[in-house]
Design a protein around this ligand. Structure first.
Ligand SMILES: Nc1nc2[nH]cnc2c(=O)[nH]1
Length: 499
């Protein structure tokens, strides 16, 4: 890695100030100086017409859904999950997984993300070559990535209430007959990754990703926590994304899932609670006291009708908020600019006091510093500061989002679509410049993805047809959970309308 100097950049957060020269040595920001104060070193990039920001941190994504873009609409999470994580998935080669992983990595890079956190499903049968292929894809395209493979030891269809009552016994027996890779074997691989791919030392690292409390036995959850503690690794898990899951907590644990996780000693710093849509003031106090982060995924929460997180109340309590996109099967896009703008837009539907609405800078903070803190990487990424990793994005100031220029952050959040991205640097390496990814042949990868998809499409359709018998019982469970009481002080998350 060489030295690079970005000259005369407009820095996010320093927008009214001077043009700045950014000196990069190897993987770090070595110096920041008013333009001209020091001679440039190494490769010089003219950044005089660029807004330079810390790269976005997409704290939550599922690359295993990438061949499923555009296939689903109008189904709540618990129904659509059957399609994106079927018990008998489409068999894939390692190359197909490699290309699959790059599909969203490319989109993430093009949306200004320099870090992507991937929770890749490897169930029901773990194939080590798939895990290696995904790591390799991130290595090759240059993005910083934390890759976890979904850890759970209770099948999805057993992770909700009323299953015995609503599933025909024969169907349940068929589902129970599926024998996945033993959870212990998956944990063994997790341990190997924990040893060899710590994210504070590896650009492509490992994150512990227990799927959700209700999808894990308590002992298994504790084992994932111990693994993270032993290796000082970040953790992410889905918690109370939907009303159905709030009901599940009450029925399974007699409390919210947040209270349950707290009793298990699971809630700590460097632990991201993904979604956290349906919760109460008491849950917010529990999370705040624990130092865990929450993560807003507004785009998917809207698309699946799950609801809207009470972000202001969380910030009031001192909780760190990060942002994510979620899987492309559910939400089509790994576009972090959308996640940031959706946060700033949709959070204005909460509450009547405009002074308390989430602002563009707050959404930007969640996508940068908030994301870094959730991963325990706040000393390395999420800010433009001397000594931090050189993970930067540069947007042209001469295109429509920024003309005329009044407030770079607001215009980035509300108007930039990604078409103005000119430069992306990760770990001191230029990975995107002037419309092109520099380390991989994007056009060739997209062509190959189309060919693979054409080959797989009939098998995907057949898998979807095989899932059909599950839908009626899930619909009944979903309907029952909509009527089941939850804590009366749960923050409103959806508009309730009379039919
Ligand atoms: N949105 C969402 N996606 C998932 N992918 C795997 N599990 C989940 C989940 O609980 N929620």
């Amino acid at each position: 890695m060489d030295s690079i100097t970005l000259t005369a950049a407009t820095l996010a957060g320093n927008e009214r100030g001077r043009a700045t020269d950014i000196f990069i040595e190897a993987d770090r920001i070595a110096d920041l100086q008013p333009t001209g104060a020091r001679p440039p070193q190494g490769t010089v990039i003219d950044a005089s017409r660029l807004l330079v920001t810390p790269g976005f941190i997409d704290g939550h994504h599922h690359s295993h859904e990438n061949y499923l873009k555009g296939r689903f609409e109008g189904q709540p999470l618990e129904l659509v999950m059957n399609f994106v994580r079927p018990l008998k998935p489409v068999p894939l080669t390692a190359r197909q997984v490699y290309v699959r992983t790059l599909i969203s990595a490319i989109q993430a890079i093009r949306s200004g993300a320099t870090t992507l956190v991937d929770d890749m499903n490897v169930s029901p049968m773990l194939d080590r070559s798939h895990v290696d292929a995904a790591f390799q894809a991130y290595e090759d395209c240059g993005i910083r990535a934390l890759l976890g493979f979904t850890l759970f030891d209770r099948p999805f269809f057993r992770a909700m209430p009323f299953v015995e009552e609503e599933f025909p016994a024969e169907l349940l027996a068929q589902l129970d007959a599926v024998r996945p890779t033993p959870a212990g074997d998956i944990l063994a691989l997790a341990r190997e990754m924990a040893r060899s791919r710590h994210p504070s030392e590896h650009r492509v690292g490992y994150i512990v990703a227990p799927s959700a409390p209700q999808r894990c036995t308590d002992d298994f959850l504790k084992a994932t926590r111990s693994l993270a503690d032993e290796f000082d690794l970040p953790v992410m898990t889905h918690v109370q994304e939907t009303r159905l899951q709030a009901v599940t907590g009450q029925i399974m644990y007699g409390s919210s899932m947040f209270a349950h996780l707290d009793r298990l000693g699971f809630l700590k710093e460097k632990t991201a609670l993904i979604h956290a849509v349906w919760l109460t003031p008491a849950d917010i106090s529990i999370i705040a006291a624990s130092g865990a982060s929450v993560q807003h995924n507004p785009t998917v929460n809207m698309k699946l009708g799950s609801g809207l997180m009470p972000m202001r109340e969380m910030l009031d309590a001192g909780i760190n908020v990060s942002l994510g996109t979620d899987g492309c099967g559910l939400v089509e896009t790994a576009d972090m600019l959308r996640a940031v703008s959706n946060t700033a837009y949709v959070q204005k539907l909460r509450g009547n006091d405009p002074d308390r609405w989430i602002t563009a800078p707050e959404a930007f903070h969640a996508a940068t510093k908030g994301g870094a803190r959730a991963l325990g990487l706040e000393k390395q990424i999420g800010e433009i500061k001397v000594g931090m990793k050189a993970d930067l994005s540069g947007y042209s100031l001469d295109q429509i989002a920024f003309v005329p220029l009044n407030d770079p952050i607001r215009q980035l959040v509300y108007a930039e679509t990604g078409s103005g991205l000119r430069l992306s640097i990760v770990d001191g390496t230029v990975i995107f410049r002037d419309g092109k990814l520099t380390l991989i042949d994007e056009a060739a990868i997209l062509r190959e993805a189309q060919e693979i998809h054409a080959e797989l499409e009939p098998i995907i359709t057949a898998v979807e047809e095989s899932v059909a018998p599950l839908l009626a019982p899930y619909r009944r469970i979903h309907a029952r959970c909509l009527c089941h009481p939850i804590a009366s002080d749960t923050y409103p998350a959806r508009f309730e309308c009379a039919l």
